[in-house]
Design a protein around this ligand. Structure first.
Ligand code: DOR
Ligand code: ZN
Ligand code: ZN
Length: 419
């Protein structure tokens, strides 16, 4: 056995003392007692499957002053995430095979964590060409960073049918563009007025009417949407910013994000619904913009907040406060993304890739932007409680030690057949 990790393991929804045996990057045994060449004794600490973030914007190529795969994947590790799915609004947009291949070439050997790429297109032929290499299809029903948009029912229907035929998972930015206003905005309240919850409700209802079973709704902001989507057989992804921040958060343009932060009551209702297990996945929608970008006038500054690094640690602190069950967090952040995108990760089980994260539940810290690894250098969660991982193992390799990234850029593309 190359490596044995011993401690309180998360197995079948509970913590249980035991050992994980790892060989050639895979979990080969889970037993009470195991011997190995190297042993990590985690003691009373808890050992969880590492998380998978199904929604990040790592900005490479084209916008690498905001982030690149080196900094973004280091941030992911710092937050206990060993697999990320990157969105297609890079420059040029990932909307055809040649661009996708070039993006893969650029990012090869630059990532500390495993990754996959979403593509975007409203042309079925192009999706066909990209399908074998893409983690999923992203549809933007509302305009946001980048100029990608497909808000036409016929076109969406055509793409959903094609994606189903090709077994390509679909994620949707569900805000109906026809219901978004572009009035001058100076505050989070104005931004919310411009992008009302009705735009989100309407987009989700239209998807339901199109029979979008199996489709994933990104960054759901309202508890009601979780119910509408579940009824229509769609899955739902929720971001930490919509659960922890609202229009009264003193963030100014740093809190400008699409879909927008909502009213405090809506935020609380979403948080409660998620704690009750109503969301399918957690996704950070990590959308880094530099402090200079965010210092622009509210109306013109870009939308988006960073989050890949803080998503799991913030939720671990929520678990410690008994706000949310650990099993619900692990299901949303580890098991479900892995299952949905067919990555053999997310559970501590024989045969799975050995991606583990070790947490000390006693080590509650406060988030400081200056100590984060994302290139953007700031966080909307400054001062909030979090529990960061102490050790992260990916494919049996130690990638984070003593809370700091330490490994190599061994990240692999989940679609290139090597995983
Ligand atoms: O606020 C957002 N920022 N929402 C998105 O959908 C895109 C993202 C970005 O890429 O900056
Ligand atoms: Zn989006
Ligand atoms: Zn996004």
């Amino acid at each position: 056995m190359d490596l044995v990790v011993e401690g309180r393991l998360f197995l079948n929804g509970e913590l249980e003392q035991g050992c994980v045996g790892i060989e050639d990057g895979r979990i080969v045994a889970v037993k009470k007692v195991l011997r190995g060449d190297t042993k990590i004794d985690a003691g009373y600490r808890i050992i969880l499957p590492a998380a998978m973030d199904p929604h990040v914007h790592f900005r490479q190529p084209g916008l690498t002053n905001k982030e690149d795969f080196g900094s973004g994947s280091m941030a992911a590790l710092h937050g206990g995430v060993t697999t990320v799915l990157d969105m297609p609004n890079t420059l040029p947009p990932t909307d055809r095979l040649a661009v996708l291949k070039e993006k893969k070439r650029i990012i090869r050997r630059r990532s500390f964590v495993d990754y996959g790429f979403f593509v975007t297109t409203d042309l079925p032929r192009r999706l066909e060409a990209m399908a074998p290499h893409a983690a999923g299809l992203k549809i933007f029903m509302g305009s946001t960073t980048g100029s990608l948009l497909d808000n036409d029912d016929n076109s969406i229907h055509r793409m959903l049918r094609k994606a189903e035929e090709l077994s390509v998972p679909v994620s949707v930015h569900a805000e109906d563009d026809a219901m978004i206003f572009l009035a001058e905005a100076e505050s989070l309240k104005d931004h919310l007025r411009n992008r009302p919850a009705d735009a989100e409700f309407n987009a989700v209802r239209r998807l339901a009417a199109l029979g979008a079973k199996g489709v994933n709704i990104c960054h759901v902001t309202r508890a009601e949407v979780l119910d509408i989507a579940a009824e229509a057989g769609m899955s739902c992804e929720v971001a930490t910013h919509h659960m922890l921040l609202d229009i009264n958060s003193p963030l100014g343009s740093r809190g400008k994000v699409n879909p927008p932060l909502r009213q405090p009551a809506a935020k609380e209702a979403l948080y409660r619904a998620v704690a009750h297990g109503k969301a399918t996945m957690l996704g950070s929608d990590h959308a880094p913009h530099t402090t200079d970008d965010k210092a622009e006038d509210f109306h013109i500054c870009p939308s988006g907040v960073p989050g890949v690094e803080t998503m799991f640690p913030l939720m671990m602190a929520a678990v410690k406060r008994n706000d949310i069950p650990l099993a619900t967090l692990v299901r949303m952040a580890c098991e479900e993304p892995a299952r949905r995108f067919k990555v053999p990760k997310g559970r501590i089980e024989e045969g799975m890739i050995a991606d583990l994260a070790i947490y000390d539940p006693r080590e509650v810290t406060t988030i400081e932007g200056a100590r984060l690894y994302s290139k953007c250098g700031w966080t909307p969660y400054e001062g909030m409680e979090a529990i960061f991982p102490q050790t992260v193992i990916m494919r049996g390799e130690i990638q984070l030690k003593g809370g700091e990234p330490c490994g190599e850029t061994i990240g692999r593309d989940i679609k290139d057949g090597t995983i």
